[in-house]
Design a protein around this ligand. Sequence first.
Ligand SMILES: *[C@@H]1O[C@H](CO)[C@@H](O)[C@H](O)[C@H]1NC(C)=O
Ligand SMILES: *[C@@H]1O[C@H](CO)[C@@H](O)[C@H](O)[C@H]1NC(C)=O
Ligand SMILES: *[C@@H]1O[C@H](CO)[C@@H](O)[C@H](O)[C@H]1NC(C)=O
Length: 404
Amino acid sequence: MVCMAYAFKILCLFLLFIAVASRPTVKPKVFNVRRHGSKPDGKTDNANAFTSIWSRACGRRSGSSKIYVPKGTFYLGGVEFVGPCKNPIEIVIDGTLLAPANPRDIKQDTWINFRYINDLSISGSGLLDGQGQQSWPLNDCHKNPNCPKLAMTMGFAFVNNSNIKDITSLNSKMGHFNFFSVHHFNITGVTITAPADSPNTDGIKMGSCSNIHISKTNIGTGDDCIAILSGTTNLDISNVKCGPGHGISVGSLGKNKDEKNVKDLTVRDIVFNGTSDGIRIKTWESSASKILVSNFVYENIQMIDVGNPINIDQKYCPHPPCEHEKKGESHVQIQDLKLKNIYGTSKNKVAVNLQCSKSFPCKNVELIDINLKHNGIKGGPSTAVCENVDGSVSGKMVPQHCLN
Ligand SMILES: *[C@@H]1O[C@H](CO)[C@@H](O)[C@H](O)[C@H]1NC(C)=O
Ligand SMILES: *[C@@H]1O[C@H](CO)[C@@H](O)[C@H](O)[C@H]1NC(C)=O
Ligand SMILES: *[C@@H]1O[C@H](CO)[C@@H](O)[C@H](O)[C@H]1NC(C)=O
């Protein structure tokens, strides 16, 4: 008996040893871009070097890969990183990636583009410098349909189970980060910066995405801090600072055919500082698609000198006259909206604007503890505007509500 127990113990130890020894190494293979032909001189185009490093890292059969960009300035023309990769892949950027100053030198819609990838992680203390200064004066898209195409800084399309952490994006030519058909993605600790007057420099823009988390992120830019477009669901935004910028915007929606519902949005613990708008939903008057915008919660939100703190605009027409204008009412149905503990100061007298569609009035809008004071040039307390909206109120209410 004793003997058998002893033998068993030895066997167990032996099996344990085998298990430990044959465990795949947890460390990824590191590709330092400096050791693979790239030059941090701020002039040499590293696009080819980067894409060839990507191909090798992404194509490795066993084990994960890590691409490392050390300190230094790496000039980079347009690059595309395309999967699928066989294993998880990590990119750590501690240096600066420098975009061409001349927008024509990026021959694609997005300066740095990721497509068809699972398990991608991007992090580091580094900088994406979009060098947008030369491009902004060329942006006349609001009046010229043939305006020059300017590139977004970084794009993700058909990417799942991935994340970005800590990096900084500066002075994009158009938007900073663009997401299309991305599912299960975390954005955290990111800093996004462009001047208040730089046109169309959205911070984070997404369409047809689900299960995205944005947290601990600082966005100051010339357009929307976050823009949420057709087909986005299960989006969670928390601990974000926004300003300057145009706020956290849903839409514009409804203009085009085949748009999809936008639902299940949570926006918590946000500071809007000096933005033109805070909480914003915009839908075109007369829409080609009939969609639902539903189940939104906005909670614990501070407004500091915000132009329009709460702004639902179902007559959106940024550059009138709009051809849609004549065709009728917005067909976007907004419902199940909760706004709780929204406080601070409004630059405009109208601090709460709920302008809903006549054909599809807003349903079940809940206002709880709203305290928005007017601090504009002209005196008088803040006010609220309601059109075609049905809902309920509770708790503190400044401005006085206009529901029912
Ligand atoms: C990504 O996720 C979406 C939604 O969950 C799924 O339809 C798609 O097949 C996934 N793509 C990949 C490459 O796994
Ligand atoms: C995103 O963050 C959540 C919560 O911290 C975590 O559970 C999840 O695994 C993360 N997903 C990715 C793809 O990083
Ligand atoms: C708001 O922005 C102003 C001007 O940039 C700045 O001075 C102030 O510290 C900011 N306030 C907060 C609470 O971030």
